[in-house]
Each structure stands twice: as structure tokens, then as C-alpha cells.
Design a protein around this ligand. Structure first.
Ligand code: NAP
Ligand code: HSE
Length: 441
């Protein structure tokens, strides 16, 4: 068999929120990078074989013994998305011992045993990739390891727990009750199996320990990070913070303290705590389950990474990216020395064309100058309706001798629909001018 055609065998440890997200991507490879179709889930470990799953799966590949999955000779890459410290740590170490690369989303294990794991992986010549362990779907681990490698990192400031950011945002926006929003976060698959890890700041502390290790090049003792959570925060505090021009966020910070001490070691300050963030700071607008990580480095200055920080799809996106990195290297190795890494090199892998602009859909802003006469808004509305353009809002502003100014915001419609509507509207005797037509996000 041509080695390039051989699929890379994956062993999935866990088929919960994240594992199901990963399987959904792998089982629907169409439209994704061609490497996705080169991976194959061979075995899956779960705790309960009888549990109803939200995806169709060949039950013969399920087992309750995760060690069996790691040892399976058809499994070349182990993907650990079961969570907890043990047996997850032992399974990762066993995979490394067996010469298998590992992808894991398990920040609790990496924050505590990262050095032991990376030492073993380096000695065995295998990869342990952890993109999903911090920031959910946000690419932050690889940028820190690779793209920012030329910088001296000074400070990492992050909103890196989706559950607590979701809770604080809902309390701010809707005055929601803390416990109700936490229940919602659990239902949405954002929270850890023990949500205490989220609300007491421990999950964020795991993550800042990992980011700090990558940013500053040396691990610190996870237990020594001062950590405060949000479980005692009242709506009252959030209201006051808002009135004073701040948003309340759970921040995780790792800072390099230069000239701080005489000792040769790099002095770092790490902390996790609820913090008032000024309204004009970029982190103040990060809401809901979103995360953001602001990195200050020399010479880059400030760079911020932003996106969904938890949940099945975003986290699976990061896990699969790691799997593809390893699959790419394996395929390259299998095909002989001359091939390039398919992810690092650039290639076209499908034909693309520009769509007819009339088919492109977006929201629209339209400003019309019309006669200030009864029924104008009705006539305009009818024409939009005939072209199936749904209106989000229509407002009449100042009217004077020259006429009235009407602003229409449409819902998302195709350019063709809006252009045809406006051509017709322009012909209305009451319409003096279509003064502006802009796209809206
Ligand atoms: P989850 O929904 O609780 O799923 C855990 C899965 O592992 C389940 O399928 C469970 O089996 C299986 N499992 C647990 N212990 C097992 C054991 N001893 N043997 C065999 N199977 C076992 O957890 P999750 O939310 O997907 O999180 C998984 C990992 O990803 C955790 O490390 C978490 O911190 C990390 N993570 C999660 C998110 C997120 O948004 N959820 C984001 C980033 C990282 P059953 O299905 O039979 O119960
Ligand atoms: N429980 C975690 C969070 C999952 O809410 O951020 C993502 O790591």
C-alpha cells in the first residue's frame, strides 16, 4: 500500500463534550483541510458503554479500558480528552513510553506534570501537543511556542476561563443570579466536571501556569499561584464597578519582574483574581464564553488573541489542529525524505472562484430622503417585503421643508435582493434620494 494513502490511527480517550466535538470533525471531513480525511478514529475509551451518545458511532470501537486503547497497535496518536489527574497522567506517560505522540486538552495534568511529560516526550522523540488546554478554540500555545519566539515576553494577561466570564457577563448584562448562570454554563458544556475548579479560579490558575511556562521558558510550582475565584462576587459589586467605568473580570496574570531580585533566576509574578478592568481596555469588551489573552513583548508591543474559550466545537477545533500537526509530520516521514510538512508548506487543495456579488448576503444600512408625506414608510416597507427583505428597524428622523430622512437597517439579505428593492424604491414619487447604502456586520 502507498504509505501516503495509509490513514493515521487515532485512539480517543473520552467521548464527552470535547471528544464528541473531535469525532464530529473527523467524521465529516468534506470541506476541511485534506489532512482531516487522512485520520481515522480506531478506538474510543468511555466510562459508561450504555450512555446515550449524541453521534452515531460504531459501538465495536468503544471500550471502558483506556489502557487498552493506548496499547492498541492500530493507535498511532493518543488523544486524551477524558479529564482528571489520574488515570489521565498515567495514560499520557504510557503512550509516550510506547513511542506514541499525544494530544491533550487536560490543563490540570499539564499544569502539574508538564515538565515530567515534556522531558519524557523529548527523550522518546514524540510530541505532546496541548493547544486545547488554554483558551478553548483560540490558537495561543503554538503562537507562543513559534510565532512570538523572537520576543522577550514581559507580561501575559488573560481572561482564560469561559465559565466565569460567561457568569460575570450575564450578571453584568442581565443582573442574572450567580447559581442560575452557573447551571446554564454546565448545560452548555463550558464547565469542568467539578465546576468548583472554574468558579474558584483553579482552572484559570492551571492555564496561566502553562502560559507562563511557555512565555518565560521555565515551569513554576502550580500550587504557589495566588488564586481567588468569583464565587463570593455579588451583583452589587458589578453594578458599582460599571458605574465607575469598569467591567469586573476574572483575570490571570503572569509578569516578568525585571531588576526585581539579585538572584539569577527569572522573577515572575503570577495571580488569578477578580479585577476591575477600565472600560477602554481591550479586555473589558471580552464577554460571554469568550476568552482573550493579551501578550506584551519586546519588540512586538501588545498582541491580543481573542475567541471562544470553551465548548465542544471550539475546543475540538484546537484538538484537531494538534492531531493534524502530528499527522502531517507522520505522513511526511512515511513518504520519504523529500516531502515537506504539509501544514508548514503552502499548497492549493481545492478550486476556488469568486461568487456572483448578487449572492453575497449581509445586513444593510440605507438612508433615504423622502417627501414628508403620509404612507411613505408603508410604501417603502411594501417594496422591501415584495423582495423578501426583512427589516430590522426603520426610523424617521428630522423632517423639514426639503423632506424627511428615513434610516432602514435590514436583516441579512442577498445583495441581489437589496439592489432590486432599492431600484424600485428609487422610482417612488415620494423618494427624493437614496442618500446612502452601506453594508453592516
Ligand atoms: P466530559 O464531557 O466530562 O467527558 C469526559 C469523557 O471521558 C466522557 O466521555 C467519559 O465517559 C470519559 N471518561 C472519564 N473518565 C474515564 C475513565 N476513567 N475511563 C474511560 N473513560 C472516561 O469532559 P469534557 O468537557 O469533554 O472535558 C474533557 C477534557 O477537556 C478535560 O480535561 C477538560 O478540562 C478539557 N477541556 C474541556 C473544555 C470544554 O469546554 N468542555 C475546553 C477545554 C479543555 P462517559 O461519556 O462514559 O461518561
Ligand atoms: N471549564 C473551562 C472553561 C473549559 O470554562 O474555560 C475550557 O478550558
Amino acid at each position: 500500500m502507498n504509505t501516503m494513502n495509509k490513514k493515521i490511527g487515532i485512539g480517543l480517550l473520552g467521548l464527552g463534550t470535547v471528544g464528541t466535538g473531535v469525532a464530529n470533525i473527523v467524521f465529516s471531513s468534506a470541506g476541511r483541510h485534506p489532512l482531516v480525511s487522512k485520520i481515522n478514529i480506531k478506538r474510543i475509551a468511555v466510562r459508561d458503554l450504555q450512555r446515550k451518545r449524541s453521534l452515531e458511532i460504531d459501538t465495536s470501537i468503544l471500550t471502558t479500558d483506556p489502557f487498552e486503547v493506548v496499547k492498541d497497535p492500530n493507535v498511532e496518536v493518543v488523544v486524551e480528552v477524558m479529564g482528571g489527574i489520574e488515570p489521565a497522567r498515567s495514560l499520557i506517560m504510557l503512550a509516550i513510553d510506547l513511542g506514541k505522540s499525544v494530544v491533550t486538552a487536560n490543563k490540570a495534568v499539564v499544569a502539574r506534570y508538564g515538565k515530567e511529560i515534556s522531558d519524557a516526550a523529548n527523550a522518546a522523540g514524540v510530541y505532546v501537543l496541548i493547544e486545547a488546554a488554554v483558551g478553548g478554540g483560540i490558537p495561543i500555545i503554538e503562537p507562543l511556542k513559534q510565532s512570538l519566539g523572537g520576543n522577550k515576553i514581559k507580561k501575559v494577561t488573560g481572561i482564560i476561563n469561559g465559565t466565569t466570564n460567561f457568569i460575570l457577563s450575564q450578571m453584568t448584562k442581565e443582573g442574572a443570579n450567580y447559581q442560575d448562570v452557573l447551571n446554564q454554563a454546565q448545560e452548555l458544556g463550558y464547565a469542568e466536571a467539578d465546576p468548583g475548579a472554574d468558579v474558584n479560579g483553579h482552572d484559570a490558575a492551571d492555564k496561566i501556569a502553562i502560559l507562563s511556562g511557555l512565555a518565560f521558558g521555565g515551569s513554576i510550582k502550580r500550587e504557589s499561584i495566588p488564586t481567588k475565584g468569583i464565587s463570593n462576587i455579588e451583583n452589587k459589586e458589578i453594578n458599582y464597578a460599571n458605574q465607575l467605568g469598569y467591567e469586573l473580570k476574572l483575570l490571570a496574570i503572569a509578569e516578568h519582574l525585571e531588576n526585581y531580585s539579585e538572584i539569577k533566576e527569572t522573577s515572575l509574578a503570577l495571580r488569578v483574581e477578580p479585577t476591575l478592568v477600565p472600560n477602554d481596555h481591550p479586555l473589558s469588551t471580552v464577554n460571554g464564553v469568550n476568552n482573550a489573552i493579551l501578550i506584551e513583548g519586546d519588540p512586538i508591543g501588545e498582541v491580543m488573541f481573542y475567541g471562544p474559550g470553551a465548548g465542544a466545537g471550539p475546543t475540538a477545533s484546537a484538538v484537531v489542529a494538534d492531531i493534524l500537526n502530528i499527522a502531517g509530520i507522520k505522513l511526511m516521514q512515511n513518504s520519504g525524505a523529500k516531502s515537506l510538512d504539509p501544514l508548514l508548506s503552502a499548497s492549493s487543495w481545492r478550486k476556488c472562484h469568486l461568487a456572483n456579488p448578487r449572492e453575497i448576503s449581509h445586513k444593510n444600512y440605507v438612508r433615504l430622503i423622502t417627501a414628508d408625506a403620509p404612507g411613505v414608510i408603508g410604501s417603502i416597507g411594501n417594496i422591501f417585503g415584495n423582495h423578501k427583505v426583512s427589516i430590522e428597524s426603520i426610523v424617521q428622523f428630522d423632517s423639514n421643508i426639503e423632506g424627511a430622512e428615513i434610516i432602514v437597517i435590514t436583516h441579512k439579505v442577498s445583495k441581489g435582493q437589496i439592489i432590486d428593492s432599492l431600484l424600485e424604491i428609487k422610482k417612488l414619487s415620494e423618494v427624493i434620494q437614496i442618500a446612502a447604502h452601506l453594508s453592516c456586520l
